[in-house]
Design a protein around this ligand. Structure first.
Ligand SMILES: [Ca+2]
Length: 227
């Protein structure tokens, strides 16, 4: 448990520079990564859960920005979870490019997405409706996020309602990360735009959620509570 907490703390520290706005979870959850081993080529990413080769994007006008390299779950300053996607380079804005990371959440397969258009970045969350044939993606609404252009990292906040609650009895629950993809939007939404797959990576990696235990440090005594 202590080693898991240490890894989570390292990830939290690495993402502390990210600018975010999100409601903190009602109860602070902690997590551990199960699949941190991967090729050293993505060493700039923190604890990736999904890896992908460089230089394998297709059909994208901005190939480097569509080229997925690493994806991982992190935590933001408010204690909420984030999905992070790193591409080879975002030195040129990836116009009409969409990025998605999928994970197993409270409604089965969930996803978060980020899309760049002339008006800037838009972040959304949704889930896969498996009751229909063919299965289809259902948008559950906007979420928040940020993009570190210099590092090529997209960070999307996972809505608390879409994350499995961590058990309060000390046990653990798995939240598998399923995959990520980049897509190029052809046409527009109003004209029934088509999303063309430009890169994808499919690994199953379990992120393990558990209730955070404050065991490493005694809380400081509040002088105002002293009689
Ligand atoms: Ca790639």
């Amino acid at each position: 448990m202590s080693a898991s907490r240490l890894r989570a703390a390292l990830v939290a520290g690495a993402l502390a520079v990210t600018s975010l706005s999100m409601t903190a979870p009602a109860s602070a959850a902690d997590f551990a990564e199960d699949c941190v081993d991967g090729p050293a080529s993505a060493a700039s990413a923190e604890a990736p859960h999904i890896w992908d080769a460089g230089g394998d994007s297709q059909f994208a006008p901005n190939a480097d920005a569509a080229d997925l390299r690493a994806g991982w779950i992190g935590v933001n300053e408010e204690g909420g979870f984030t999905a992070n996607i790193q591409v080879t380079s975002m030195s040129t804005p990836p116009l009409m490019q969409q990025f998605m990371l999928s994970y197993s959440g409270v409604k089965g397969e969930h996803y978060v997405s980020a899309r760049y258009a002339e008006t800037g970045w838009a972040f959304n969350t949704g889930h896969l409706d498996t009751t229909q044939t063919p299965q289809r993606q259902v948008n559950d609404g906007p979420t928040t996020g940020s993009v570190d252009t210099a590092a090529g990292i997209i960070t999307i906040n996972l809505p608390e309602a879409a994350v499995p609650p961590a058990p309060t009895d000390g046990s653990e629950v798995k939240m598998p990360v399923i995959g990520m993809k980049s897509q190029q939007l052809l046409g527009t939404n109003t004209s029934g735009g088509l999303l063309l797959l430009t890169d994808d990576a499919n690994w199953v990696c379990d992120v393990i959620l558990y209730e955070a235990q404050e065991t490493e440090e005694e809380p400081a005594t509040d002088p105002s509570q002293t009689p």
